[in-house]
Design a protein around this ligand. Structure first.
Ligand code: ZN
Length: 485
């Protein structure tokens, strides 16, 4: 391709405070319409906003986690526009002086190198209400109704700095989104559940001639919620814009909407600029001044971040980068690993078993690691039994399922279910006898040097012993027998 791609985001994440940003209405999801509203969040004259301190703390927490400088003074501004979901006629946001500025997060680049993506600002603002249409879409609806339960829920807006290492491809854009979401979940300021509308973004993309210092006009795609649709919309825009540029045409600076069915973006309106919103400081809210101790306290209590946990797991516990990455995608899973590791004889195997068996089981049964009864020490014991060959992989999986359901230790389950491995030579030899007489051709293969064929015999014994034969001992017995034959 002859063009460089530049991608940026404005991400909106709903904060999980107990109450709204400027009133004490409860923050809820799925409650009956208009049951969590008051004069303030429905824009009644005479009501005055009172700032939620927790929301300020969460915004600062996000800023610190994303390496921003925290402004001692910040300002709330009115962003004026009309829409039925915004009864005041303006949204309280931050404009000139946001809470956090000039940060960065580290993401993986397409070249395999990690690099910092600039964050221009993170500011605090309130959410609007929601329109409920009588039919599928606004255009096909006879009428729409307004639900103000969401009106006034605190949001943070995270804006990328397109001049400092912006994303250069669709894949990097995706890495960025996932990293932001992961950080917000780690520091527990937002659940970022896409289905609940807690993580939404506007994405902007422009192309410029390879190596050129000047930026092209940007197209902004509004109100994206699904990672999949964001990727598709960006793929489409890259094709659309490079075609226009090749034909010598101009890219319009405009806002576009993604059509999920047709997989194309369509112009919505020419991009509005800041002057259109007539921003001005909100006269009902005084300048916000943060005390040093307030910021320091948040800094001290900011929880461990994904990258720190990833480094710990690779360096201290010697787990591969790939597995550590999979473990740290979810903080509770990563914590489970670090709680198991001190009891484990083989951390690599421990990591693999969490990824391949535990997580798979949880996913298939729509469970979370927090909701199951399994104890880290017991999980490590199970892995140790497998490492010692006292439990086969197959039996291990059965035991694991029982552990997840009952919270019992592997030893108790193995005893109760009669899953103790068969160690007795005499008993094992009975199975070996049967395997040898059932597969004389395999025995010949092994004798003629095809040592791998031994797995056929081991497999046969495992099947007939229901996976209970001690694998290490079984191998020895079979090898001994081959030599004698
Ligand atoms: Zn309210």
């Amino acid at each position: 391709m002859d063009y460089d791609v530049i991608i940026g985001f404005e991400i909106h994440a709903e904060l999980k405070t107990a109450t709204k940003l400027f009133c004490d209405c409860e923050v809820t999801y799925g409650a009956p319409q208009n049951t969590h509203i008051c004069p303030l969040c429905t824009g009644q004259p005479g009501s005055l906003p009172v700032l939620n301190k927790k929301a300020v703390e969460f915004c600062v927490r996000a800023g610190l986690a994303m390496n921003c400088s925290i402004n001692k003074y910040s300002l709330f501004a009115r962003k004026n526009y009309f829409y039925p979901d915004l009864p005041k006629g303006y949204q309280i946001s931050q404009y000139e002086l946001p809470l956090c500025e000039n940060g960065y997060i580290i993401i993986n680049g397409d070249d395999g190198e990690a690099y910092p993506v600039g964050i221009k600002r993170i500011h605090l603002e309130e959410d609007a209400g929601k329109l409920v249409h009588s039919s599928q879409s606004i255009s096909s609806s006879e009428y729409s109704l307004a639900d103000y339960n969401r009106s006034g829920i605190p949001l943070i807006e995270i804006v990328t700095d397109h001049t400092t290492n912006p994303m250069r491809s669709v894949k990097e854009a995706r890495n960025y989104l996932e990293k932001i979401r992961q950080i917000l979940r780690y520091i527990e300021v937002s659940d970022c559940t896409i289905e609940k509308g807690q993580f939404r973004c506007d994405v902007n993309i422009s192309l410029k001639k390879k190596g050129s210092p000047s930026y092209g006009n940007r197209a902004e795609i509004k109100n994206m919620t699904s990672f999949k649709f964001i990727s598709e919309a960006l793929e489409y825009e890259i094709k659309r814009q490079s075609k226009l540029l090749k034909e010598g045409k101009k890219i319009e600076q405009e806002t576009r909407l993604y059509n999920e069915e047709k997989k194309i973006t369509l112009p919505m309106r020419s991009k509005e600029d800041a002057p259109d919103y007539r921003y001005f400081p909100d006269p009902d809210l005084i300048e916000l001044e943060l005390e040093k101790e307030f910021i320091n306290e948040i800094r001290k209590t900011n929880p461990v971040l994904p990258d720190e946990l990833l480094n710990l797991i690779t360096e201290k516990y010697k787990v591969s980068q790939e597995d550590a990455y999979l473990l740290t995608r979810n903080k509770a899973v990563a914590n489970f690993f670090t709680e198991c590791a001190p009891h484990s004889d083989d951390n690599k195997k421990l990591a693999r078993w969490i990824i391949n068996n535990l997580l798979k089981h949880l996913e298939e049964n729509s469970l979370t690691i927090e909701s199951v009864k399994i104890k880290p020490k017991d999980f490590a014991s199970l892995i140790n039994l497998i490492v010692k060959g006292e439990v086969t992989d197959r039996v291990g999986k059965t035991v694991l399922e029982e552990m997840i359901a009952s919270g019992k230790s592997p030893e108790v389950i193995i005893d109760a279910k009669g899953l103790k491995p068969i160690e007795d030579t005499k008993e094992l030899n009975k199975f070996v006898d049967d395997a040898f007489s059932a597969h004389p051709e395999v025995v010949e293969q092994i004798q003629s040097g095809e040592t791998k064929a031994i797995n056929v015999l081991i497999g046969q014994v495992m099947r007939s012993s229901k996976g209970k034969a001690n694998a290490n001992k079984l191998r020895e017995l079979i090898l001994e027998r081959i030599e004698k034959e």
